[in-house]
Design a protein around this ligand. Sequence first.
Ligand code: ATP
Ligand code: MG
Length: 674
Amino acid sequence: MTDHHTIDTLLDESRTFAPSAEFVAQAGYADPAIYDEELVAYWSNWANTLRWMTPWTTALEWNCPDSKWFLGGTLNACDNCVDRHVEAGAGSEVAFIWEGEPGDQRTITYAELKDDVSRIANALKSLGVGKGDRVCLYMPMVPELPMAMLACARIGAIHSVVFGGFSADSLAERINDAGAKVVVTADGGWRRGQIVQLKHITDEALAMGCPTITNVLVYRRAGDLASHHWTEGRDIWWDDLVPAQSTECPCEPMDPEDRLYILYTSGSTGKPKGIVHSTGGYMTGVAATFKMVFDHKPGDLFWCTADCGWVTGHSYVVYGPLANRAKVFLYEGAPDAPDKDRFWRMIERHRITILYTAPTAIRAFMKWGDHYPENCDLSSLRLLGTVGEPINPEAWIWYHKKIGGGRCPIVDTWWQTETGAIMISPLPALTETKPGSATRPLPGVQVGVLDEEGEILAQIGSPSSVGGKGDKPHQMGEQVGGFLALLHPWPSMLRGIWGDHQRYVDTYWGKFHGKYFAGDGCKVDEDGYIWLLGRVDDIMLVAGHNISTMEVESALVDHSAVAEAAVIGKTHDLKGQSICAFVIIKEDFKHEHPQVTPDVMIKALKDHVAAKIGPIARPDDIFITADVPKTRSGKIMRRLLRDVAEGRALGDTTTLADPNVVAALRDKYEESEA
Ligand code: ATP
Ligand code: MG
């Protein structure tokens, strides 16, 4: 029997991928000495790459769990993303290349961006929005969404972007929690050939009671709004207000600790939290990590496929890339509109060089079939990234071969809404990667692996003037599993939960006093590589072993028939928990092997897991299914699968992308149990 306080390590992935000599030769960061820089000094250097209106004087003030960075100065996030580039002579350089789902295209230069953002900022001012006011952005992925974010930043208003797929209830809850004054929305946006009725949903939300809202600014995108959905005095067409505004709008000098935005977490584990980010520290974190992790250089066309409704869209569609004067690709719609090769066609058409997407998308592409990417020219790509969930090694290999042509390094980036910026990731020219491992903390980050009592089992990361290299550095050759914590404050860390400081203290600092812990488990291998094992709440206890759902899922995805798997522990009288898996089969496999019956398939999969990682992990039940419940950002919601498997009423489902999926699963499950 193993110790309950650690996590068993079952999956042994030994393939390694070193960057090519060619990649290393052209890379911006190829000197490993960067990992040895003292943490606060390291971040201070990055802060100095921003434009400050007044220089800062104090790098860090740390009263656990509250940190303040770069005090004494003033700056503006929009100035750093837009104005300073235009003033440096880059006005004619492209900021955004955009494709709408129906196929319309736009190109926006930095000079145009400055004018557009200034007009929107003046429009917001004319509606009474000022410094510190909250503005809710509920928009499709049109360039006006990042522009509206920057416009808020310009005047010191705090934006709260709500993903355009959320329901009226979720929107109302977020508007009221933030106390927003204005909603900026659109008549609609395109998603899989349909118009998402954003304005109608906004009306429904406001009808539920949102007393702080004084105006709704409506961008015309879909062009089919029925006239009865209009509240005179409250609703204003964008076209009637914005274009006529002046392009003169000075950037508001902000304290580095002034709030830049509020963003609600995905809700994978329950009620979303309104995460609050700062201006100076946040901009430092995203500017640094964008440049280093993505090896960004002039000439790149960078595409992060996330919607601006998620933190990935905030940090790596808008603030990080624009702070680096990058050329950013934006896409409005679904990956399968009009066909399942849409992403690959756009990469081919625009010669995109860096692609950053999520495991959920990669697994969908694997399910749809290899011929979609194979029929497109993806030779412009030079670097790939992933974020959002642990990536199964087999999905990593698929991404590497089929999308990266075997030549592109992959950066598997671990971070959270709360961390603001990437924390654990390879640096593409410096790190030999292992499929499924986020590898090591970035420079400036200190990670600890803790046991149940909060004792540090291993510490990895940059030295700090406060704690040195740490008391318990990871020893090469040693393997440990446990709770993933961050041991030293970092500039882009959340400054709290909007309106509920106590919840901030309890949620992140309550479990292990003085150490930031936000729910994930990990293991560190003999080489000091970090493997994310998913949320500790999802870890199963089977016959005395702590088994991560992630490892069993990866063993299933390792089978050539499987595109995606979701594993849960189901209460079991004898074993504590039994392993229950929901599995999605690849389309290609179904076509090529129509004779394989579900029973044969299930037996083969159970054997495969037992052979791959050991008999202890052999699933007791496997269900072949067309879909599993996911959040609107595409993350598997295992807690709902547990509810289904244990016959409970479903918990909070408001952040679910498609509630029908769980209902269908439950019916099927109950049938099979009967
Ligand atoms: P909530 O906190 O509301 O339950 P959430 O945690 O899904 O939602 P996000 O901040 O969007 O909200 O996601 C962060 C989480 O995503 C991380 O804590 C981790 O579980 C997972 N994650 C992100 N990137 C990676 C990665 N590269 N590898 C493994 N897990 C990742
Ligand atoms: Mg979370």
